[in-house]
Design a protein around this ligand. Sequence first.
Ligand SMILES: Cc1cc2nc3c(=O)[nH]c(=O)nc-3n(C[C@H](O)[C@H](O)[C@H](O)COP(=O)(O)OP(=O)(O)OC[C@H]3O[C@@H](n4cnc5c(N)ncnc54)[C@H](O)[C@@H]3O)c2cc1C
Length: 396
Amino acid sequence: MKNLSHLKPVKKYDYIIAGAGAAGLSLLWHILEHEELKKKNILLADRTIQWKREKTWCFWDKSLIPEKKWIEKSWESIEVRDGKQAFVFSGGQRYHCISSRRFRENIFERAHGAETVSILEADVEGFENLGNNAMIKTDKGDFSASHIFQSVHIKPESSRKGSKVFQHFRGFFVESRKEVFNPGMMTLMDFDTDSGTDRCAAFFYVLPFSENRALCEYTLFSDELSPAETYDKALQRYLNSRFGLSEKDFKVDEIEQGVIPMDDTPLAGKLNNRTLSIGTVGGATKPTTGYTFTRIQQHSRNIVKALAENRLPEPYPRSKYRFRLYDHLLIQILKNEPMAGPGIFKQLFRKNKIKDVLLFLDEKSSLADEAKIFASLPWLPFLMALGKSGFGWRVP
Ligand SMILES: Cc1cc2nc3c(=O)[nH]c(=O)nc-3n(C[C@H](O)[C@H](O)[C@H](O)COP(=O)(O)OP(=O)(O)OC[C@H]3O[C@@H](n4cnc5c(N)ncnc54)[C@H](O)[C@@H]3O)c2cc1C
């Protein structure tokens, strides 16, 4: 990708977007789609326009995705496995994937073509309140705007001190010499018998892009991160036991890895009157699943609507109490009774329709749906977690 760092000689902007990741670029795209807002002067700032490591962003509700043509691959069938036994869901809900490379290149190209957008490669060091304006401080100078949207910084006093459980993962983009993958079906979770350790729950995740190319990831829920070789050994073993691939049968093109804190402490949605937090630091990540991408799209739409109506945009809304309670209980279970995790996930998919589970994860289910789902799960870990949460009083 071309380096697009070119700064136009305007120091005061209408909007500054600090952070050019999923949230910053999505918001920029939504603004540039709006007939009036696209005329505003915008500064997009990030410490690096070229990411060292790209990501895949997956989701099931594509209605909110800005451009459907960015979707790299959709799977009609989704499976959840327990070693050899598989629960397959076909013909209903599809699972979609966008590569961050394609997404970022498309939006940067659009930004490059827009007269109104300036792009700055700089380290953002802080934010200041200027009353009806706000300022960012960077290592390349200070810039002010009527509105700042930032996805780079968590306000120190709201930084999370809650749970210390992480969803951490590392995956191989595998190019195999043999045609072993089924490109019609993705594996959401495989609790392969050897996937876990004696201390925590773990699973494999497989996105097959063709018969011989797939992303295969190893995810753990635990309070400690693992050295790279732990994930790599588990991935090699899995590729061998499930797909019959020995080390000489495949090469690893790229690596994806990440750490998502499973923390439900609320984050400050605003740093000041004119500086709104967006994306993960704005609280858009669902703490139990890590899914964020469609939430970012919803928030971007809400922000654009508010700006167009001359209102102050709102932070990402907090979930309803009952969804916060469910997330809190699951986090407590994964923290205190980690080995109960796989049983809960397996029952969730074994006893319910995937459409209902995904609606539940999207927080769009009804109370009756939720009662059905909870009736299908092992109740003891939830009861114990409920006790530990002061019967709901300690839910943040
Ligand atoms: C590997 C991985 C895979 C994921 N997969 C999914 C998925 O499949 N589906 C899903 O819904 N969610 C997924 N997530 C969660 C979430 O969607 C992503 O983390 C998403 O990128 C969050 O968007 P963001 O804009 O908040 O942060 P980012 O995309 O990380 O963007 C933040 C930007 O800020 C910049 N930055 C940071 N600090 C500074 C600074 N001080 N100065 C200047 N710039 C700075 C960074 O360079 C970066 O470009 C995944 C997360 C990871 C880590």
